[in-house]
Every structure is written in C-alpha cells, then in structure tokens.
Design a binder for this molecule. Structure first.
Ligand code: PHE
Length: 452
C-alpha cells in the first residue's frame, strides 16, 4: 500500500483501540433495540441464539475486519481497489465496500432519529416532564412526542450536526477521550439501575422470561433476527471496525481485543434488558411493544428512584453519547475514503454525507406520524430501512467482507499479520471463520429470508 495513502495516527495504547471499538459497538443497539428485540422474539430463545451468533459468527467476523484493516492500513474502498488492481482479488469485490458504506449511511438515517428521541428525553428530564409518570402517562407522553414531527426533526438535526462535527475532526482525537470516561460510567449506572429494577419490579418474572428456553420459539426467522442484531450491535460489516483496525498497534492481540469488545457489548445489552423487563412485568407494559418499549419503561424507573430526575437526565445524556460514538463510525468509511482518495477536507466530506443522511432522516421522522403509510410488505419507512439494513444488507456485507478475508485474500498475507502474537489464535480463528462462521451465517440468513 503506498505510504501516502496510509492512515497517519496509530493508537498509542492498546486500550484506546478497545475503547474506540467498544464505543462503536455499544450504543442504541444495546440499550434501545436489544430489549425490544428480546421482548418481540420470545425472550430466552432469542437470548441463547443471540449469544451463539455473537460468539460463533460475530467475533470471528469482527476479527476478520480488524485484521484486514491492520494489515493494509488503509480504508476499505481503496484497499479492495488496490487488491483488484494487483489482481489479488477479482474486480467485482469492489462492490463490497461501497455496499458496506451505503448500509452505514442508511442505518445512520434512522439511528440519528432515535438518538434524537434520547436527546428529547434528556431535555424532558430537565424540564421535569418525566416526573410522576405512571404507565399510561408514560405511554401518552411518548405517543405525544411521536405525533410531533417538528420536535423530532429538531432533535434529529441536533444529533446529525454533532455527528458531522465529530467526524469532521480526525477520528483518533475525537473518540478515545470520550469513550474512556463514558463506558465505565455507563456500565456502572446500568449495573445499579438493573439491581434496583430487579428489587422494585417483578425480578423473578423478568429472569424467567429472559433465561427460560422455550424451544417452540427457536426458528430460522428468530435466528435471522438474532444474527442481524449481533452484526448490528457489534457494528460489523460496515467497514468501521476495518478503519479502527487500521489505527491499531501491531503489538496488540486482535483476538484478545475483539473478545473484550464482544464481552462488553453483551454485558451492556443484558444489563439494559435487566432494567427494562422487571418493570414491564410489574407495570403490565407489553413486552412486544417494539421501539417504544425502552422509552416508555425507563421514565418509570427514574420516577421510582430518589433523585430520579437527575439520574434520568444523566442516563439519557450517556445514551446520547453512546449513540454518538456509534454513529460516527457509520460515516467514517466514506469520509476517510473521500479524504484520502480525493483530498476533500474531512469536515466538508462529513458535511456533504451528513446532509444526505439528514434528508433521509426527515422521511423517517414522518414515518412515525404524518406519513405512517405502509409502503411495502405492510411496513412503514422506518421499519423498512431497519429491516432491510439489519436482515439483508448487513448480513450480506459482513458475509462478503469475511469471505474476502477467509477465502479470497491469500492466507500468508494475513498470517504474517496475526501469527506474530499467537499462532494458535490464528489457526483457531481462520478455521472457524472459513468453515463455521461464514457457512452458518449464510445458512441462517437464507433460511430466514425464505421463512423456513
Ligand atoms: N453497534 C451500534 C449499536 O449497537 C450500531 C452500529 C451499527 C455502529 C453499525 C456501527 C455500525 O448501537
């Protein structure tokens, strides 16, 4: 890879890579989406399949992305172009990084709207609107918010502006300091809240729901949702982890770093569910109520706590920050590519892309109220973008990127990269990726699509 195209900054300490990758992984996917996916897919069965997907598919695919990024130290688009020019891979592979980048932009278009909900709830915690809410009032408050597209658009715009500003700066500077403080605080807070929820809510019912396995719920469709969400939650398949791998120091073990990231991601998701479900059962909130579930449930727990409004405010602000450290990695692929290939300033590139995403986000905002039309397959625009990205584009992009690493790129290229740390890790990972992760992901995805 020509020196001029290499990324400049290398993470100074191994932990900075872990913080950056965990910052990308941990976000709304864990605290907002995971609980309602678990609720909608029957609890224990989904949790079990989800954990298997994280370990058997997510972890090896995450390592593949990071390993390739560190080997070539460039962005995904230039990397595949370069490999195609050198005839290491066929030129058709060039489609993959574009698909990954586009998927990231599509995800961001609704991710930013939901992060806007968290911003709006931070604001409501300040104005005291979250005080003294019972179940019906909390549902009414959220519904009232959904029916107000102007307010939703405002917060979506604020969030997108933040994303553009942070991505406009170099990623090494923008990220690590925030996540270093954010992550431990978030985990600590989730831990305390989950203990409290288990005590004041219906803890035993929640535990039974989350951990009891009902085999009748185990289907390929549930498995497809689980695999799609595992990839979404880890942020695999979009080339973001590729970019972080490109900044990673050679001394760091990829296997170790990625295992830590996956574990942190899982812990945060489970803690979030342990907060939500004791309350849903205690207050008779429907576990299958979809995207509104966390936003209806969380204000109730804050109201039960002493100094709950302050805790609520801190919580929603942390959630916004967690969403921000994820959202930036959705823009990163194309921004770094435009910067390195066309010498467009980072701020300018992220502004242009951010503007396009913001426009699509307007349609997403309207799909919750004025434009709640079922466009296709009985789904509105939000559901359509969410479903298409998690269940179709993300699995395709992740499978394609891993196939490139495991089956197409010559083994010595990666072996030299990874073997220095631990040869056993390399063989374990490479064999699993080739013969287990990719086939399992293909099988589940295709079977889920055809509805077996
Ligand atoms: N992993 C993030 C979350 O769970 C979302 C994300 C998806 C980030 C894809 C990067 C890439 O919220």
């Amino acid at each position: 890879m020509p020196e001029s195209r290499c990324l400049q900054g290398i993470w100074s300490s191994p932990w900075i890579f872990i913080f950056a990758a965990a910052g990308s992984a941990i976000g709304l996917g864990n605290i907002w989406k995971f609980p309602y996916m678990l609720g909608g897919n029957g609890g224990g069965a989904f949790l079990l399949i989800y954990c298997l997907c994280l370990i058997v598919v997510g972890l090896p695919m995450l390592m593949a992305e990071v390993a390739l990024g560190r080997t070539v130290r460039s962005n995904p688009v230039d990397t595949v172009n370069d490999l195609a020019e050198r005839r290491v891979v066929s030129k058709y592979w060039v489609v993959v990084p574009y698909l990954a980048g586009l998927t990231g932009l599509l995800i961001l278009s609704f991710y930013s709207v939901i992060a806007g909900w968290a911003l709006a709830y931070s604001h409501r915690a300040v104005t005291g609107e979250l005080e003294h809410l019972d179940k019906l009032q909390s549902e009414a408050l959220f519904q009232g918010f959904l029916n107000n597209p102007v307010e939703m658009l405002l917060w979506h715009s604020v969030f997108m502006a933040l994303v553009v500003l942070v991505v406009g700066q170099a990623v090494t500077r923008g990220l690590s300091n925030v996540v270093r403080v954010l992550l431990p605080t978030l985990i600590f807070m989730l831990l305390l809240l989950s203990i409290y929820a288990l005590v004041v809510g219906s803890g035993s019912e929640a535990i039974r729901f989350m951990f009891r396995l009902d085999w009748s719920q185990v289907t390929f469709e549930v498995a497809l949702s689980a695999i799609g969400h595992a990839l979404f939650s880890l942020g695999v398949g979009l080339g973001a982890m590729f970019s972080y791998g490109a900044y990673m120091s050679k001394r760091m073990s990829i296997a170790k770093a990625c295992t830590i990231v996956v574990s942190l991601d899982l812990v945060v998701s489970i803690l979030a569910a342990l907060i939500i479900f004791p309350l849903t059962f205690e207050f008779g909130i429907d576990v299958d109520s979809g995207p509104s579930l966390p936003f209806v449930t969380l204000p109730i727990i804050f109201d039960l706590l002493p100094a709950g409004q302050v805790i609520g405010l801190v919580f929603f602000v942390l959630l916004v920050l967690a969403a921000l450290t994820s959202a930036i990695s959705m823009l990163e692929l194309f921004v770094s590519w435009m910067h390195e290939r066309f010498y467009i300033g980072r701020l300018k590139a992220s502004f242009m892309l951010g503007l396009a995403v913001w426009f699509v986000g307007i349609a997403v905002v309207l799909s919750f109220n004025h434009w709640d039309a079922k466009i296709l397959f009985g789904l509105n625009l939000f559901e359509l973008i969410d479903g298409t990205t998690s269940l179709i584009l993300l699995p395709i992009a992740a499978i394609a990127l891993s196939t490139l690493v495991a089956w197409v790129i010559p083994e010595p290229m990666l072996k030299n990269e990874m073997i220095a740390q631990n040869p056993r890790h390399f063989y374990w990972w490479y064999t699993t990726l080739k013969y287990v992760s990719i086939p399992a992901a293909v099988l589940i995805t295709v079977a889920g699509w055809i509805g077996v």
